[in-house]
Write a protein of this length. Structure first.
Length: 94
């Protein structure tokens, strides 16, 4: 499983949680749209996901072979995670 963890400050408000969920959804759509691999079974593309918990926002692709595909030079979720991290910093760091 390929996982990217985005942390926020210890201040947890409903606005921050809602914002992280919005960015998580944007990550999933971005990763699906920009994946440049041939997805025969649709499993790899559908495995992009996120989780909001007490540590922050976790961006992930739950397919066991996602990191292998990225190591071969294909875009699975890494660049989408970087773009999401930038949006989160722009949104929450003031």
């Amino acid at each position: 499983m390929q996982t990217f963890r985005m942390l926020t400050s210890s201040l947890r408000t409903s606005e921050v949680v809602a914002g992280m969920k919005e960015e998580g959804e944007a990550f999933v759509e971005d990763a699906k749209a920009t994946g440049n691999y041939q997805d025969h079974t649709k499993h790899l593309r559908e495995s992009n996901d996120y989780e909001v918990n007490e540590d922050g926002l976790i961006l992930k692709n739950e397919a066991d072979y996602a990191s292998f595909v990225e190591s071969k030079g294909f875009e699975v979720a890494g660049s989408a995670a970087i773009r999401t991290e930038k949006r989160l910093k722009d949104r929450f760091e003031r």
